[in-house]
Write a protein that binds this ligand. Structure first.
Ligand code: GLU
Length: 311
């Protein structure tokens, strides 16, 4: 089967060097296998997504020298279908309406949640209502839809990270698949759109590794085949902090505006990733010898005074 990869930016800010690096690796890995690369704009969050960031994402990706096949897919264009699948999961008993507020969930959860790990929903509304309508009528609240997570272990396999066995009830619990205002959750939207677009390979930063459990559970419930997962180490700033969406010198836009050459950035990203190519490199020139087998296991640290690329 032909490899189909995707670049899936959320248009909530400017792309940074970490996005550039995962998009570059996703693109190279697919192109080296003679595969397709699709672009999906993850714009379901209407309060945070902005049209100008849709444009800057596309310009920045093209500036790096990465192309994509087919028209870009806007996730919001399928928001009605996505929500109806969430509702269907409720009808089938794989999900249920939950009227707990965030505060109630936090208070009812017995697990400590001091270390940034997700709060595990204690299952208060599991089996409480027959339908979404009943939940609304009985409580006057619009419900969140929650996936009923499986009791059994889930086995995960990642091309770069290896194998893992997860215990859904302990590790992620009944997670939301749609919010009370009808917005499908990230996990459900990604799983459905990867399937819709025929994606066979998902290469992304390892900050999303914890998504594999919920996404694998959804794929099983929906009868969707899992893509190949490849979670790569992150790019960190000089203080070893994750790069958030940003407007400073570590955004691709700033490098562009300062007149830096994309081939310098691509060459630097490849050599910092342990993939050779010292010096300026166009992505297409790196396809021939590309292999993830020498990809460095550690995060890339951006040195102080970056960009060390010539202007
Ligand atoms: N849109 C997500 C992000 O920008 C990526 C989602 C994914 O690759 O699954 O972080």
């Amino acid at each position: 089967m032909q490899v189909t990869a995707r670049l899936a930016p959320s248009p909530t800010g400017l792309l940074h060097i970490g996005h550039a690096r995962s998009f570059l690796l996703a693109w190279l890995n697919a192109r080296a296998a003679g595969g397709r690369v699709l672009l999906r704009i993850e714009d379901l969050d209407a309060t945070r997504s902005r049209p100008e960031f849709i444009e800057s994402c596309m310009e920045d990706i093209a500036w790096l020298g990465l192309d994509w096949d087919e028209e870009p897919h806007l996730q919001s264009s399928r928001s009605t279908e996505l929500l109806s699948i969430a509702e269907r999961l409720v009808d089938e008993g794989a999900a249920y309406p939950c009227v707990c507020t965030r505060k109630e969930v936090r208070e009812a959860s017995s697990a400590p949640h001091l270390d940034g790990r997700p709060v595990i929903y204690p299952g208060t509304c599991r089996g409480r209502f027959q339908s979404i309508q009943e939940a609304e009528q009985q409580t006057g609240r619009r419900p969140t839809l929650r996936f009923r997570c499986p009791e059994d272990e889930v086995h995960i396999s990642d091309l770069f990270q290896g194998e893992a066995t997860l215990h859904p009830l302990k590790e992620f619990g009944d997670f939301p698949i749609a919010s009370p205002d009808g917005q499908t959750s990230y996990h459900l939207a990604v799983v459905l759109d990867d399937d819709y677009q025929g994606v066979t390979e998902v290469l992304r930063g390892d900050d999303l590794l914890s998504s594999c459990g919920p996404q694998a559970a959804l794929q099983a419930a929906l009868g969707i085949e899992r893509p190949t997962w490849i979670h790569v180490p992150l790019v960190l700033d000089e203080h070893k902090k994750r790069l958030a969406k940003r407007t400073d010198g570590l955004s691709v836009r700033t490098l562009r505006e300062q007149g830096h050459c994309p081939r310098d950035l691509v060459g630097w990203l490849l050599s910092a990733s342990g993939l050779g190519h010292e010096g300026p490199t166009a992505p297409e020139d790196a396809i021939k010898d590309f292999s993830l087998s020498s990809l460095s296991r550690s995060a890339i640290l951006i040195p102080e005074g970056f960009p060390g690329v010539s202007g």
